[in-house]
Design a protein around this ligand. Structure first.
Ligand code: HEC
Ligand code: HEC
Ligand code: HEC
Ligand code: HEC
Ligand code: HEC
Ligand code: HEC
Ligand code: HEC
Ligand code: HEC
Ligand code: HEC
Ligand code: HEC
Length: 466
């Protein structure tokens, strides 16, 4: 009997052999929809493109400084907002980005470091990687001369070298003016009106600080600074780098002493910081101290004052002085017979007092052969120590001076270097969220701004506004 037997043949006949020629509804709609929606999207984008609205292409807000022309995509994207920034030229139309170093082997593109469309950030806050792409394995262009700087810096807390000024074996403080911090910081120091306890800010204050100076006079003697024409009489205030620019003339009373910029400490200055306790008194009859100038000026000043004095007080010629205890013992000279001899004798004493004692306490004096007056060694007090990094005292005013300059209170010699080492900085500047910024840009400049090219603006106002 023919039963309901399932032969393979019968089963096979059930299968439509042209199944692949017809589309089932689900795949069919999938195709239709994806084509239609893509087309709709393209039309929508195209319509915005034609109408000049860049919104759909917006890749996120641009940096704070560029916010004004954030919708003017063409200012950065050379031929339309959908194009990538083609060259650095787009950026250079508005400002220069001078090269970093003559020795660099290649120049990364501007946006390699200044990443856009990441929000209203400061674009100059570049990543550590922007720098370590070279500095982790530094190579110099000149293959024959290896890099002059540490070559494997992976991060501030990884591989960054100790600062050169405090590295073992580095040169001492080059300053030649004698100074003993330990002695001056003791509890009961002899001051002009009784004992005092000096604070760091009595001598060191940020350039630009306006507090009065307790031991100085504001009017600063000109005529002995580097690069300044020699002059004993000029009253113009000296200007040297970050040195004083605005000086309020005044007597010996505390007065403001202003210098520009607050990052670095104003340079030490005799009139501003030492004068009240170390006046250059050269003769007990004459109240004015000698000016703090080149020995020739000091000599002329003393000579002039002594002449004036004896002319006004002719009877002083008969008064024999007690030997000055500050001077080394010397044979008593014969009584002067006239004004000229009187002046010569007093001037000789005053010179010994100045050259052998007063000036010498602070200075190295050299005596060129055949000269009657000494030459004062250049003071050479550094104003800026770290030439390859930036520092700002203002940003650190919340900490005590000695938490960074911890060697100061024990220092007895000028030659001691009192700057902090890298470990001091790393306590606060390290990676992680609860820390001060440790990316390279915080302390370093990338562009060599001395090489900056001036930009002659090419945009009109309407071209930049919405
Ligand atoms: C101040 C300059 C500047 C302006 C203005 C600007 N861009 Fe950009 N844009 C950049 C830089 C730089 C890049 C990254 C470099 C690159 O990818 O070529 C970039 C990248 C892009 C990208 C690529 C996506 C990405 O994140 O890499 C798109 C898309 C884009 N921008 C769209 C726009 C649109 C749309 C506008 C206008 C609304 C605009 N941009 C305005 C500078 C700018
Ligand atoms: C239409 C002019 C214009 C263009 C184009 C332009 N910038 Fe600027 N940029 C400015 C102005 C204006 C400032 C703010 C003034 C200043 O700091 O010089 C600025 C500031 C900056 C700053 C410093 C501010 C910060 O946030 O750190 C950086 C970095 C910068 N631009 C990088 C770039 C780069 C990279 C490009 C190219 C992708 C570019 N700029 C294109 C006008 C422009
Ligand atoms: C290797 C990373 C890097 C590259 C590449 C780079 N910059 Fe910078 N740029 C920085 C850093 C870091 C700063 C902040 C420190 C400084 O001023 O050097 C900065 C600062 C700036 C500033 C702001 C100056 C200010 O007034 O604060 C401008 C403008 C600028 N760069 C433009 C450019 C331009 C234009 C280019 C491309 C030609 C470029 N940069 C390439 C890292 C870079
Ligand atoms: C394209 C490679 C390259 C990049 C990127 C680069 N540097 Fe340099 N850098 C060099 C070279 C090369 C030298 C000089 C080496 C030499 O002369 O021995 C140098 C020197 C330095 C110096 C010491 C000399 C000086 O001028 O003060 C510092 C600091 C420095 N770079 C910081 C940075 C920082 C910060 C960044 C990132 C914003 C950076 N560099 C990105 C190649 C680079
Ligand atoms: C009476 C004035 C005076 C006082 C007060 C004083 N200093 Fe100085 N300081 C100087 C003179 C002068 C120099 C330059 C000569 C030298 O290097 O010793 C100097 C140099 C320095 C230097 C840079 C030189 C180097 O070698 O590192 C530091 C840092 C410094 N002082 C920190 C301090 C601190 C911190 C205090 C307070 C605890 C202080 N000073 C108090 C007069 C003073
Ligand atoms: C508040 C008063 C006061 C001020 C301000 C002051 N000194 Fe003195 N200085 C003294 C006294 C007091 C001594 C003697 C200390 C001793 O021998 O114990 C002295 C001693 C010295 C000595 C000899 C140190 C030694 O080792 O024997 C030098 C050098 C000196 N001061 C330099 C300076 C310089 C430079 C300044 C200005 C930056 C200055 N002083 C500011 C009070 C002062
Ligand atoms: C209490 C210490 C002190 C005494 C005393 C002192 N000086 Fe000075 N002198 C300084 C300091 C600090 C500087 C560096 C800052 C400045 O220019 O005021 C300096 C700088 C100088 C300079 C400039 C050196 C240079 O770098 O070119 C001359 C010149 C000079 N003194 C001459 C004299 C003469 C001359 C005397 C004696 C009549 C004298 N000083 C006494 C502390 C002193
Ligand atoms: C966070 C650490 C830190 C603190 C806090 C600090 N300094 Fe400094 N100081 C430095 C560094 C780093 C330098 C080197 C800067 C340079 O010259 O490049 C310096 C330099 C100096 C110099 C040499 C001249 C100069 O400005 O470069 C003097 C003087 C000085 N400091 C005094 C002080 C006094 C006074 C205080 C307190 C009011 C103080 N410092 C607080 C880190 C610090
Ligand atoms: C007590 C913690 C602390 C120590 C120690 C410290 N810093 Fe800072 N530093 C800060 C803080 C906080 C800021 C400001 C916030 C920031 O930029 O993260 C800052 C800012 C800076 C800046 C940027 C300043 C500006 O305004 O542009 C520099 C550069 C810097 N520090 C260098 C140093 C160096 C170099 C040392 C070591 C000698 C040091 N710091 C030690 C906490 C510290
Ligand atoms: C907290 C401040 C700070 C940070 C962050 C920092 N540096 Fe420095 N760096 C310094 C100081 C200070 C010096 C010493 C400068 C000097 O001796 O003139 C220095 C020195 C250097 C030098 C010269 C080294 C040498 O051989 O003497 C290079 C190169 C350098 N840094 C690169 C970098 C790079 C790359 C980064 C980021 C990974 C970075 N620095 C981060 C403060 C910093």
């Amino acid at each position: 009997m023919a039963g309901r037997t399932r032969t393979t043949k019968k089963l096979a006949q059930r299968i439509k052999l042209d199944y692949f020629k017809t589309l089932h509804c689900i795949p069919r709609w999938r195709r239709i929809l994806s084509a239609a929606l893509t087309a709709a999207g393209l039309v929508w984008l195209g319509w915005h493109a034609v109408s000049g609205n860049p919104k759909p292409y917006d890749a996120g807000p641009v940096g704070h400084s560029h916010a004004m022309f954030s919708q003017k995509c063409g200012t950065c994207h050379v031929s339309g907002w959908f194009r990538r920034v083609a060259t650095d030229q787009a950026c250079l139309a508005c400002h220069d980005g001078p090269k970093h170093h003559d020795e660099q082997t290649f120049a990364p593109a501007c946006w390699d470091c200044h990443v856009e469309h990441r929000g209203a950030l400061r674009l100059a806050s570049t990543s550590t990687e922007a720098c370590t792409q070279c500095h982790a394995n530094l190579a110099a262009k000149d293959k024959n001369s290896p890099p002059k700087f540490a070559a494997n810096i992976g991060g501030f807390d990884g591989g960054h070298p100790e600062f050169a000024a405090v590295r073992q074996g580095h040169a001492d403080d080059p300053g030649t003016v004698a100074f003993n911090h330990l002695k001056h910081l003791k509890k009961e120091l002899r001051g002009p009106h009784g004992t005092v306890e000096l604070k760091c800010v009595d001598c060191h204050r940020p350039a630009g600080a306006n507090e009065p100076l307790p031991f100085g006079q504001a009017q600063i003697a000109p005529g002995h600074r580097h690069g300044e024409p020699e002059s004993c009489s000029s009253s113009a205030p000296p200007v040297t780098g970050t040195a004083p620019t605005t000086l309020v003339p005044a007597s010996f009373s505390p007065t403001p002493f202003t210098v520009p910029g607050r990052a670095y400490m104003a340079p030490i200055n005799y009139e501003a910081h030492c004068l009240a306790c170390h006046p250059l008194q050269f003769d007990k009859r004459i109240p004015e101290p000698a000016p703090h100038k080149e020995p020739k000026c000091v000599y002329d000043f003393m000579d002039g004052k002594l002449r004036e004095h004896i002319a006004a007080h002719p009877r002083d010629i008969q008064i024999l002085d007690e030997p000055d205890k500050r001077l080394p013992p010397r044979p008593v000279p014969p009584a002067p017979r006239n004004d000229k001899e009187w002046v010569a004798q007093k001037l000789a004493n005053a010179q010994i007092l100045m050259w052998r004692k007063a000036c010498k306490e602070c200075h190295t004096l050299n005596w060129p052969q055949g000269e009657s007056l000494p030459v004062v060694a250049k003071a050479a007090i550094p104003v800026r120590w770290l030439q390859h990094a930036n520092f700002d005292h203002q940003a650190h005013q919340m900490v005590t001076c000695t938490s960074c300059h911890s060697k100061t209170e024990k220092s007895e010699k000028t030659s001691d270097v009192l700057l902090p080492g890298i470990q001091v900085c790393r306590q606060c500047h390290h990676s992680g969220s609860e820390a001060a910024e440790a990316r390279c840009f915080e302390c370093h400049t990338y562009h060599d701004w001395r090489k900056e090219n001036r930009v002659n603006g090419k945009f009109t106002v309407p071209q930049l506004i919405k």
